[in-house]
Design a protein around this ligand. Structure first.
Ligand code: PLP
Length: 402
């Protein structure tokens, strides 16, 4: 008989040998203290650490308006939605949130999902599968959730070189002009921190009559005059058919969404398994996201403070000789390469300095592309920054000397 246990134990041991085995850092975050958190150290103690790798880019998870609204909704509605969207789960808060999100992107309608992952996976699978003889054109660096959705559609997929509008143009031109085409890419890539040439890609896609899908997971809340994302920042919202966003990062809560023309949103609402066959988001989650999005539409304070801190950390690290990768957004990648070396550096930062920077290894990044991903936020102080820069500078000085 097949030895299932031995098989999986062997596979896990292989991961450990390659330093790709994942060990989660156990944390306690407390409202009002972020980016400080408590870390459950291997000796069983809880130690104060400073988090430098969170996607809670603006600290909205602990914003007083978000917390008050969530608490009030919990008291008013209870803990869960009680059903799928179709079977008793559609609270007025979800409807209000979808309206708010559609307005964020100046689109007819929006649709909520349990996560950004599900939004990508089920939307791309549903839209692509529906197109007769459809072909999907996917950026080479697209997120796993997009790749998964495209694969699940079982349509032909053509991969274009990362951020290469000319390559996309050539590939689109090589296909039957009559075939329905879908072009999918991200606006802000979270592991390299780079931003897509949005206008170029969209111009090319439109020239070939393709439907466009842009993942703004890491950009909503963070970019644009109303926090709508990079498409808003570049005045391109009206040139995109489907915009995908996340509620778990800049918005500080959890969930994902798409916005677009009523006919497209209605189609996904009626056909996407990842939307239909799952319990709706809880009312207090919807209330928290609603408060956060409403706040971010009118307040530029958090975005301005974030940008100032990112610029300051970037220039201080560069001046101290820390080899950060150039990236225009709020994410500062520090590529180490070797997974074991990256883990050792992350361990040292945490255990010696109380600095939490997660080592990011395969499959989130390529096998030889292990890295630390620094995400400065509006709540980091000058003292936090000085401590980070000193710790990284001394670690890199030692690496160079070795
Ligand atoms: N899209 C991109 C580009 C991402 O990086 C991620 C996750 O980090 C997701 C989608 C999934 O978002 P969520 O964490 O809301 O599931």
């Amino acid at each position: 008989m097949f030895d299932f246990r031995g098989f999986f134990e062997g596979a896990n041991a292989k991961l450990r040998r390659k330093h790709h085995y994942r060990v989660f850092r156990e944390l306690r975050r407390s409202p009002g203290r972020f980016p400080r958190a408590e870390w459950h150290a291997p000796d069983g103690s809880w130690r104060d650490v400073t988090v430098w790798c969170s996607n809670d880019y603006l600290g909205m998870s602990q914003h007083p308006a978000v917390l008050d609204t969530a608490r009030a909704a919990l008291a008013r509605y209870g803990a869960g939605a009680g059903g799928t969207r179709n079977i008793s789960g559609t609270t007025d808060l979800l409807v209000a949130l979808e309206r708010e999100l559609a307005d964020w992107h100046a689109k007819d309608a929006a649709l909520l999902f349990s996560s950004g992952y599900v939004a990508n996976d089920t939307t791309l699978a549903t839209l692509a599968r529906a197109l007769p003889g459809g072909v999907v054109f996917s950026d080479a660096a697209n997120h796993a959730s997009m790749i998964q959705g495209i694969r699940a559609s079982r349509q032909r997929c053509v991969v274009f070189r990362h951020n290469d509008a000319a390559h996309l143009d050539g590939l689109l031109a090589a296909h039957d002009p009559a075939a329905p085409k879908l072009v999918a890419f991200e606006s802000l890539y979270s592991m390299d921190g780079d931003i897509a040439p949005l206008a170029d890609l969209l111009t090319v896609a439109k020239r070939h009559g393709a439907l466009t899908f842009v993942d703004e997971t890491h950009a909503v809340g963070v970019h644009g005059p109303r926090g709508g994302g990079l498409l808003e920042a570049h005045g391109l919202l009206d040139t995109v058919d489907v915009v995908q966003g996340g509620l778990g990062k800049g918005v500080g809560v959890v969930g994902g969404f798409i916005t677009g023309a009523a006919a497209i949103i209605d189609f996904v609402r009626s056909h996407a398994p990842g939307f239909i066959f799952t319990t709706a988001l809880p009312p207090h989650v919807a209330a928290a996201a609603l408060a956060s999005v409403r706040h971010l539409k009118t307040s530029g304070l958090e975005r301005a403070a974030l940008q100032a801190r990112v610029a300051s950390v970037r220039s201080a690290l560069a001046a101290a000789g820390v080899p950060i990768a150039p990236a225009p957004g709020q994410i500062i990648p520090l590529v180490i390469g070797d997974a074991a070396a990256c883990r050792a550096l992350a361990d040292e930062l945490l255990e010696v300095h109380g600095i939490y920077l997660q080592a990011i290894v395969f499959p989130t990044v390529p096998r030889d592309g292990a890295r630390l991903r620094i995400t400065p936020g509006p709540l980091h102080t000058d003292a936090d920054q000085a401590q980070l820069v000193a710790a990284l500078a001394s670690a890199f000085a030692r690496r160079q000397a070795a």
